[in-house]
Design a protein around this ligand. Structure first.
Ligand code: UN1
Length: 562
């Protein structure tokens, strides 16, 4: 399959001076030749997003949401085709590729619903005749930088909330999955999104991604990817005064206690560790098992791992697809050697898989290490491949301590039949997401997604939490009293006021009066002198403040009832 993939800027597909290729990881074949964006295309994309922003931010949110509803319908209609592009370009098996698209459909529907919610709130004022509320305001041009492992779902987590909230977007997807990105953008184009609201720039992160993060007119950067790159994004964003939302690595643990349903636990482990060939930030990579069930659990696990079928994701019998590229293959194999050198026991896998047609692509056998200790590098560093470590623990407390002793904090899971232990674990596991009697993958769009510690910087995606990431609060005070009301001062309690009155009469504080100059007259609407007197009678603050012109005006002021 080959086509030309271009950048999408100001509503047009545009080419560029140089190009790069995207390749099928299962076959090594060319998927698409892509126009590589340079500074010129990047500037044009940011300019288009900046120009589109004022009209888009003032488009009523329910109208903005209609584009998202249409995107959802288009994605649903194209689910098979999109899933096929995902498998061809990124490698995951068809069933999972369809899940990737479904996650974007779900997110489109959920975020479109926000067009008619997007709740702000009102809250009472401490002063009479004053109204307080806050509303969500868009931030501006959002730079969206996404990885290859969820070529449609993860971009949807960022682009859809950004758009419904009234931001405009410049999206830089991974250079490993540009064709999927272009297919996703197609849905927005067909939905009739106004030009410039969503722009796509293609290229490698080190070049175009870094320049995008630095760009003066970008207000927020949202990034999912490695810790190394995320750290650089964070530094550049700080230097250039931008907000940034980071979602990075994981070293996710599944705890299996001695009272667990072992068959259920093995189902969860296999799905979480080897789904997407372990290339999820949510993938399980540490199995922390109670000493008394380690033997039977390991036996059941190995039986299941032996049944996994590595191969091209387009083949319906395949359960584990390729890894993304040769560099990933090298890194995974490198970690396997580190594990062996550290003294871990390799139970299965531990090598490249190149049987039959697989020699053309980048496949790695599902790998299980036993005798792993928490201090080993394979138990601490993110491998991002089909490799798991079995670590033994003697109690719930020890298992939780091992789980929490990690520089990442995305997901943890616990298998137990005890409600008490489950709730204790929910409280104690120090990750952004905790599963009970389920594996570590399978987050849903209506809940916050994100992790603690090295996984992120506190920002969350999905659910209501995403609204905080992609908007800022605007606080609105409306004073309809017709007089100067001073928060924290005029709202003092009667007791305080009495005290103040006494002090004032002792110290002879001069009364606060509105000015008499021209500017003051303008502010008052140039009231004639007599009316002005009525509106702003000269009264000592200590005697009850300014009287409202309306007859009943002061009756609700506690301090003026005497
Ligand atoms: C990721 O790996 O970056 O829970 C996201 C899950 C998916 C999302 C994974 N819904 O595994």
């Amino acid at each position: 399959m080959s086509t030309d993939t271009r950048n999408f800027i100001a509503g047009k597909w545009v080419t560029a001076a140089s190009s790069f290729d995207s390749v099928n990881p299962a076959t090594g074949e060319l998927v698409t030749r892509c126009a590589q964006a340079a500074q010129q295309e990047l500037d044009a994309a940011v300019a288009a997003a900046s120009e589109a922003f004022p009209a888009w931010r003032n488009t009523p949110p329910p109208r903005r949401a209609e584009f998202l509803f249409r995107v959802a319908e288009l994605l649903a209609a194209r689910k098979d085709d999109l899933a096929r592009w995902i498998t061809i370009e990124m490698g995951k098996v068809t069933m999972e590729a369809r899940g990737d698209v479904q996650e974007a459909i779900d997110m489109a529907r959920y975020m479109a619903g926000e067009g008619r919610r997007m709740f702000g709130h009102t809250t009472p004022s401490e002063l009479p005749d004053k109204f307080c509320m806050c509303v969500r305001d868009p931030i501006g041009v959002v730079a969206v930088i996404t990885p290859w492992n969820f070529p449609i779902a993860v971009p949807s987590w960022k682009i859809l909330p950004a758009l419904v909230l009234g931001n405009t977007v410049v999206w830089k997807p991974s250079s490993d999955t540009p064709a999927c990105a272009a297919k996703f953008v197609d849905a927005f184009v067909e939905a009739g999104l106004p030009p410039g609201v969503l722009n796509l720039v293609l290229g490698r992160g080190a070049e175009i991604g870094a320049a995008l993060v630095r760009h003066r007119d970008v207000r927020l950067v949202t990034f999912t990817g490695s810790n190394e790159v995320g750290h650089r994004v964070s530094v550049t964003a700080a230097e250039t005064g931008k907000r940034c939302a980071l979602e990075m690595g994981g070293k996710n643990g599944i705890i299996v206690l001695d009272d667990a349903d072992l068959a259920l636990a093995v189902d969860g482990i296999v799905w979480s560790a080897f789904g997407t060939s372990g290339q999820r930030c949510t993938a399980a990579s540490r199995i922390i098992v109670h000493r008394s069930v380690r033997g039977p659990l390991t036996e059941l696990l190995l039986d299941r791992v032996k049944q996994l079928k590595v191969g091209n994701g387009l083949d319906p019998s395949t359960t584990v697809g390729p890894v993304i590229n040769p560099a990933a293959l090298e890194r995974i194999d490198g970690y396997v050697h580190i594990g062996l050198d550290e003294g871990a026991r390799l139970l299965i896998g531990g090598e490249r898989f190149s049987k039959g047609e697989c020699h053309r692509g980048w496949f790695y056998r599902p790998t299980v290490f036993d005798n792993v200790t928490p201090a080993m590098r394979i138990a601490r560093e993110e491998i991002f491949g089909p490799v798991i470590c079995i670590i033994e623990a003697g109690s719930l407390e020890e298992a939780v301590a091992i789980n929490n002793d990690a520089s990442y904090g995305l997901v943890s899971s616990i298998y137990t039949r005890s409600i008490d232990r489950a709730f204790t674990a929910m409280r104690e596991l120090a990750t952004g997401i905790v599963y009970v009697n389920a594996g570590t993958i399978g987050s849903e769009v209506q809940l916050p997604f994100g992790g603690t510690r090295g996984t992120g910087n506190g920002a969350r995606e999905a659910g209501q939490a995403a609204l905080d990431t992609f908007s800022e609060w605007k606080t609105l005070y409306v004073d309809y009293s017709g007089r100067l009301q001073r928060a924290q001062i005029d709202s003092e309690t009667p007791t305080h006021r009495k005290k103040l009155k006494n002090e004032n009469s002792r110290t002879q504080i001069s009364p606060v009066r509105p000015g008499t100059g021209k500017a003051a007259a303008r502010i008052r609407g140039g009231l004639p002198r007599r009316q002005r007197r009525r509106a702003y009678p000269r009264r000592n603050v200590a005697q009850g403040g300014h009287r409202h012109p309306a007859a009943h005006g002061s009756s609700h002021l506690p301090h003026s009832q005497h």
